[in-house]
Design a protein around this ligand. Structure first.
Ligand code: ATP
Length: 251
């Protein structure tokens, strides 16, 4: 198993937020974590990256408890794209190259530079390589942060609302790229999302959080209007178009 989340409880200042979160993910699987604002999606992602520590339970990456891993191992094996992207005076090239830091032993190699070049090319960021990231638009910065996580070549990729700032074409291209990386490199990826249709289109599994619990865990094809109504309090229809499930609010 690439990722096992075992009975995780999480509490902020003695206020319980997540209860008994239990799931696992194999290589080559992409999981979407869904649920209303404030339910705990970001908190769960931060627990999977050892940024936050659960009150109880364990998180195993390749059968190793992440709380027992050295920071260098976490930095190499787990890629994390946060919801709040920081902007600094780094150039786009340097910001993406920083994703190679956990792999650099003595100094950066030609391979590190080549991989940085390649991901900038794949993500259509070459023309911005020398721009400072604090001059980028929100969507451009989001792409740079995703590029940095991909060039890191992690075994587990965690993405907090990775397409929230992207236009339609970029949403589709970035999700296709994430899907391809998961498939070809046999990594596992977990993304939090508000766009249900995007999640149902690209994920292998979905988890719906509600009131601190996993309310439903299923494949996209088995998500029902009842699940969505119960979780979001909104009646919806689900239509099948070209083999895809499309969620449409009833009113
Ligand atoms: N450091 C903190 N201290 C106390 N409460 C916090 C802290 N960080 C987050 N919270 C609260 O915990 C809850 C879960 O937050 P979290 O960011 O995990 O939710 P989310 O599901 O990712 O939300 P959204 O969809 O709005 O991004 C929220 O009510 C939030 O206000």
């Amino acid at each position: 198993m690439m990722l096992s989340v075992c009975g995780v409880h999480f509490t902020y200042n003695s206020h319980p937020l997540l209860r008994n979160i239990d799931f696992s993910l194999e290589r080559g699987e992409l999981l979407a974590i869904l649920g209303p604002n404030g339910v705990g999606k970001t908190t769960l992602l931060k627990c999977m990256n050892a940024i936050l520590r659960p009150a109880s339970g364990a998180i195993l990456v390749q059968e190793r408890d992440i709380l027992s891993l050295a920071p260098a191992d976490i930095a190499r094996d787990i890629g994390y794209v946060s919801q709040k992207n920081e902007a600094s005076r780094l150039t786009v090239f340097d910001a993406v190259l920083m994703g190679r830091t956990p792999h650099i032993r003595w100094r950066m190699s030609d391979d590190d530079l080549r991989k940085t070049d390649a991901i900038l090319h794949t993500m259509d960021l070459c023309s911005k390589a020398m721009r400072h990231i604090d001059t980028l638009s929100g969507g451009e910065l989001q792409k740079v942060c995703i590029a940095r996580a991909l060039v890191q070549e992690p075994s587990l990729l965690l993405l907090d609302e990775p397409t929230s700032a992207l236009d339609l074409k970029n949403q589709v291209e970035i999700m296709n790229l994430i899907r391809r990386v998961v498939d070809e490199h046999r990594i596992a990826a977990v993304m939090s999302m508000h766009d249900l249709n995007m999640a149902l289109r690209h994920a292998d599994k979905t988890i719906f959080l509600k009131d601190g619990d996993i309310h439903a865990m299923t494949t996209p094809g088995c998500v029902t209007p009842e699940i969505i109504h119960e979780v979001y309090g909104l009646p919806v229809h689900i239509h099948r178009i070209d083999g895809q499930s499309i969620v449409i609010p009833q009113n």
